[in-house]
Design a protein around this ligand. Sequence first.
Ligand SMILES: O=C[C@H](O)COP(=O)(O)O
Length: 292
Amino acid sequence: MKDFNAFFQGYDVELNDKEIAELTARLLEEKSQVNTPPEIYKQCFNSIDLTSLNTADNVTNIRNMVEKVNAFSIIFPDIPSVAAICVYPNFAGVVHDTLTVPVLVAAVSAGFPSSQTFVEVKVAETSLAVHEGASEIDVVISVGAFLNKQYEDVFDELVEIKAACRHAHLKVILETGTLKQAAEIKKASLLAMEAGADFIKTSTGKTNPASTPEAAYVMCTAIKEFYQKTGRKVGFKPAGGIVTPADAIVYYTIVKEILGNEWLNNQLFRLGASRLANNLLTAIYDKEVTYF
Ligand SMILES: O=C[C@H](O)COP(=O)(O)O
C-alpha cells in the first residue's frame, strides 16, 4: 500500500491560491513578448491536438477532418502540421484508416469526460481504442474519488489503464476547474505522473472553468519537480477553451519559462483545441484563413 501523504510531502504541495495567481500574473507580465513572431505561432500549430469531441460526430465529419489534415502540407507547405487528431474512441479506427500523413491518433477513453464508470469499462474501452489504432489515450482521473482523498484508488486505476495502453502514450486529464485549489492540482499532477502518465492535461473542455494559466503554472511546476526527482520528462497539455493565438501564447510562455526550451516541442507540449487551428493560420498569414 502506497503512503500518499508521505509521497506528497516529498514535494512542495503547500500552495496558496492567491500567491499562485500573483506568480502567474507576474510571469506573464514580465515574459510575454509584444509581437509574436510567426515562427512561434507555427510551433504552436505543430503542437495542436486537433480535437473533435461532439455528440453529433460521425464517420463523415471525422473523415472530412482527417482528409483536411492529409492535404494540409500540400496547401500550407511552410507550416508543420498538427501533432495529433483527438476523437472519441469509437472513431479511432476511422482516423487511423483515413490518415495518410505522419500525424498521431489520439482517443479519449475511460468514461470521458466524467470518468464515472466501472474500472473494467475504462480498461476495456482503452484496450479497444488502442486496438483500433490509437497511439495516444486521453483519460480523466476519478475526480470525485480524488477529492474524497481516495488516492490509492485513483492511482491503482490509472496504473491499470496505463497497462491497457500498451505501446500507446497515456495523457491524464485532471479537470483542474473542478479540483479548484492549487494544492489539489499539484497533488493530482504528482499522483498521475507517479502512476505512469506520459502527459498531464488540464481539462476535458466539457466543464467550466476549463484550462487556466494558474493551473498551467502549478502543473508545469509539478512536472519540473517530478523531473528533478525521478529524471522522467512528462509532457504538458493544456486543453479546453484555448481559442485565440493569444491563449496559445500564454501556455507557450508558461512552459518556456518554467520547463524551458527542451519542453517546447510536440513530444512534450500539446495544445488540446477544437477552435484554435484556423485562428493560428490567420495569425501566421495575417489574413483570414478558414481551412478546418
Ligand atoms: O481535449 C480537448 C478539449 O476537449 C478541447 O476543448 P475545446 O473544444 O474547448 O477546444
